[in-house]
Design a protein around this ligand. Structure first.
Ligand code: F6P
Length: 326
């Protein structure tokens, strides 16, 4: 029998489509196991401010399909300080919270790891970030939806690029990770994909674009992750234009469009699975770990690995994308 009777759940860092589905799964699974569940509003900031709200089955009705997060989110500076974390702990104690479910990315997990070392309270993480850059799971919540949103946007850009014979540099999100860019590039037949994990020199990119021009390709698309080594889409467009002006070139930045919208079916299922197993994992004695799905199986990874080990895009996919783009 677990000693856990009251759980708190919160979302933190950048929001991701599917977070609501995860919150719903956490609340419904906890309720099924006769636990009391509290939502913390605005992540660690709300933990610090004591912003707790009782959640019951009805509170999470009609949210499964909605983007954003009903619990709101924040990037919290005060939680980085020992004093801030102490206040947060006192608030958890005041609400008799026995364990926490943290939904977010690496910043969220780092906070959870530090916190549960300082104070004796179990934490379990659910990877929710469009970036897909968390070790210990094949996919993070929101990634699939963000890629589909980016693909839809690029399809529209392709129409106008084709009409005007233009070269478009389309920037997608991913400060440190190229998963969104790579999958969007493959799915939209981009001439090149520029991601932080691989170094592509400007001259090599131009070579690739010239191949297209030589076979009378009338327009071209380059997908750029915002954290690409040569800079964002605008920087790249400038650098390319200086040496290669065969096409009239334009820049499009998809930005936060990728973070909103209804979660895809994949994300709804993934979020539901992760939320469900996070609660059952806690009741099973799991602590300081993040839930993940690897090869379609549930896996728990210690926070320290989820944070410090790097997940990199599949090399085969990168190679394939380069070959198919020729
Ligand atoms: O981590 C998710 C993410 O969307 C990144 O891809 C992006 O760089 C960042 O968040 C943007 O954060 P903010 O919305 O705080 O500007």
């Amino acid at each position: 029998m677990s000693h856990i009777k009251r759980i708190a759940v919160f979302t933190s860092g950048g929001d991701a489509p599917g977070m609501n589905a995860a919150i719903r799964a956490v609340v419904r699974t906890a309720t099924y196991h006769d636990l009391h569940i509290y939502g913390i509003i605005r992540g660690y900031q709300g933990m610090y401010e004591g912003n707790f709200q009782r959640l019951e089955t009805n509170n999470v009705g009609n949210i499964l399909h909605r983007g954003g997060t009903i619990l709101k989110t924040a990037r919290c500076e005060v939680f980085r300080t020992p004093e801030g974390r102490k206040v947060a702990y006192e608030n958890l104690q005041a609400n008799d919270i026995d364990a926490c479910v943290a939904i977010g990315g690496d910043g969220t997990f780092t906070g959870a790891q530090i916190f549960s070392k300082e104070f004796d309270i179990p934490f379990i993480g659910i990877p929710g970030t469009i970036d897909n850059d968390i070790y210990g799971t094949d996919y993070t919540i929101g990634f699939d939806t963000a890629v589909n949103t980016a693909i839809e946007a690029v399809d529209r850009i392709r129409d106008t690029a084709d009409s005007h014979n233009r070269l478009f540099f389309v920037e997608v999100m991913g400060r440190h990770a190229g998963f969104i860019a790579l999958n969007t590039g493959i799915s939209s037949g981009a001439a090149a994909v520029m991601i932080p994990e691989t170094e592509i020199k400007i001259d090599d990119l131009i070579k690739q674009l010239k191949k297209g021009a030589k076979r009378k390709k009338l327009f071209s698309l380059v997908i750029v992750a915002e954290g690409n080594q040569n800079g964002g889409a605008s920087d790249l467009a400038k650098l390319v234009k200086e040496k290669f002006d065969y096409y009239d070139s334009k820049v499009a930045i998809i930005g936060h469009l990728q973070r909103g919208g209804a979660p895809s079916g994949m994300d709804r299922v993934l979020a539901s699975r992760m939320g469900f197993h996070a609660v059952e994992g806690l009741l099973d004695g799991k602590n300081n770990v993040a839930v993940g799905v690897v090869n379609n199986k549930i896996k728990f990874t210690p926070f320290k690995d989820a944070i410090s080990k790097t997940k990199t895009p599949n090399k085969d996919l990168i190679r394939m994308s380069e070959i198919l783009a020729q």
